[in-house]
Design a protein around this ligand. Structure first.
Ligand SMILES: [Zn+2]
Length: 412
């Protein structure tokens, strides 16, 4: 299949005016200028569009999609935790699957083709994987709070499951949920597997207080739930993660809303990637996000949607374009090129899929989206990061999931 477009934005190289992408099976086999394309008569001309890689959403909880608008902005993070625990208690398997699939459909419609998702019910996952074309990076959530729970067994069970279950597209890993819902031996066991990991880290002021001071509402709540609290009161959540071996290249740190300079350097030194979720950040009213300091420290920074349970807008959908816009409004000095990398090549690296997703390049998966565009090539990236509507077309694994309205050739 040969696709021609007014502009091709490969991300890993500068935009190409009047470009082409050749697809064979589920892979890209060539990208370049139309004038240099071979076998031109085979082409499908997409016309006045920007053709770019499908977006890579590094963090989501698909199963919370149907909770949109269910939790008004809470007074505190601990209040939100209490509210979500109550909501989850009423969700049966059918409702879980429906919500997950609603979220997957939204991601796809808004141009995400690879998704890093936290999974809470692995028993349902093979069925869900088979029901979406999305390229899934599924992190199995591990929550082990009580002092006497067997953390090593929990990690061994999850690892066994991963060895025996492969998503049709993508990969699986572990998500020790957060420092406050896990124990040091669980973190050490996760780190020992070498699997991809994603962990909520330094998300709230209360988590920060729990680990730095050994006090506060979250500390009290977890102590009451039977957590051994002797690991609190000795440094930041990031320092805690470092002590227990999880700060490493295969870790995606989620949020990082409360980071001091030492934390930034620990993340950078250990090549940890970090995903920022702009709308979730705004919902909680967290401290200003240190995007510029993270970039300057050399941390691989990505954007994610988080779930719809942390959106102010009750009509919100899982759209990375919406996150990009909020992020851009907050950081107007960041270049459009850098912003685009935060939803393409950076999350590809964070999810261990460099060269496979997030760019249009030879041997990458044929995951593409197109946006209507009639302007000059110099405006293509700026237009892309300000885009609002769902993409015009979405291809995943070489298949049109949202077909182009009409190929130009078909109109002749
Ligand atoms: Zn999350």
């Amino acid at each position: 299949m040969l696709l021609r477009a007014r502009i091709v934005v490969p991300v890993s190289q500068p935009p190409i005016a009047d470009g082409f992408v050749r697809v064979h099976g589920n892979r890209i086999t060539a990208v370049g200028k139309w004038a240099e394309a071979e076998h031109k008569s085979e082409a499908d001309d997409l016309g006045e569009v920007i053709l770019l890689p499908g977006l890579v959403n590094a963090h989501c909880h698909l199963d919370y999609t149907d909770f949109v608008g269910a939790i008004p902005t809470p007074r505190s993070f601990t209040d939100w935790i209490n509210a979500i625990v109550d909501l989850k208690a009423d969700v049966n398997d059918t409702a879980h699957c429906e919500s997950w699939l609603h979220g997957a459909a939204q991601c796809l419609r808004h141009g995400t083709t690879t998704l890093g998702n936290i999974e809470t019910r692995p028993d349902l996952l093979p069925k869900l994987w088979a029901a979406t074309p999305l390229r899934m990076v599924s992190f199995l959530e591990l929550i082990v709070i009580r002092a006497h729970s067997d953390a090593a067994q929990a990690v061994a069970d999850a690892t066994d499951w991963i060895v025996n279950h492969k998503p049709p597209r993508g990969r699986a890993g572990l998500s020790p949920h957060a420092p406050y819902t896990t124990k040091p031996d669980l973190l050490e066991a996760c780190a020992g597997t070498g699997l991809p990991m994603a962990m909520h880290l330094a998300e709230s002021a209360e988590e920060d207080e729990m680990f730095r001071q050994g006090t506060g509402a979250l500390y009290e709540r977890l102590a009451a739930a039977g957590r051994e609290m002797t690991d609190c009161g000795s440094g930041s959540p990031i320092a805690h993660a470092q002590r227990n071996g999880v700060l490493r290249k295969n870790l995606l740190a989620i949020h990082g809303n409360y980071l001091d300079d030492d934390d930034l350097h620990l993340l950078a030194e250990n090549q940890v990637s970090l995903v920022h979720c702009p709308r979730s950040h705004a919902y909680f009213g967290h401290a200003p996000f240190r995007a510029e300091a993270l970039r300057a420290a050399g941390v691989n920074l990505c954007l994610g949607t988080d779930s719809l349970a942390t959106m102010r807008d009750g009509d919100a959908e899982l759209s990375l374009f919406d996150e990009l816009r909020v992020h851009y409004e907050e950081f107007p000095d960041v270049s459009a090129e850098t912003l685009l990398q935060r939803v393409t090549t950076n999350p590809a690296r964070a999810l261990g899929m460099v060269g496979q997703v997030g760019e249009l390049a030879t041997d990458a998966f044929a995951d593409l989206i197109s946006l209507p565009f009639r302007g000059p090539v110099e405006k293509a990236i700026e237009t892309t990061v300000n885009h609002t509507a769902p993409p015009q077309a979405v291809m995943l694994d070489g298949q049109w999931e949202v077909p182009p309205p009409l190929f130009v050739k078909g109109e002749q």
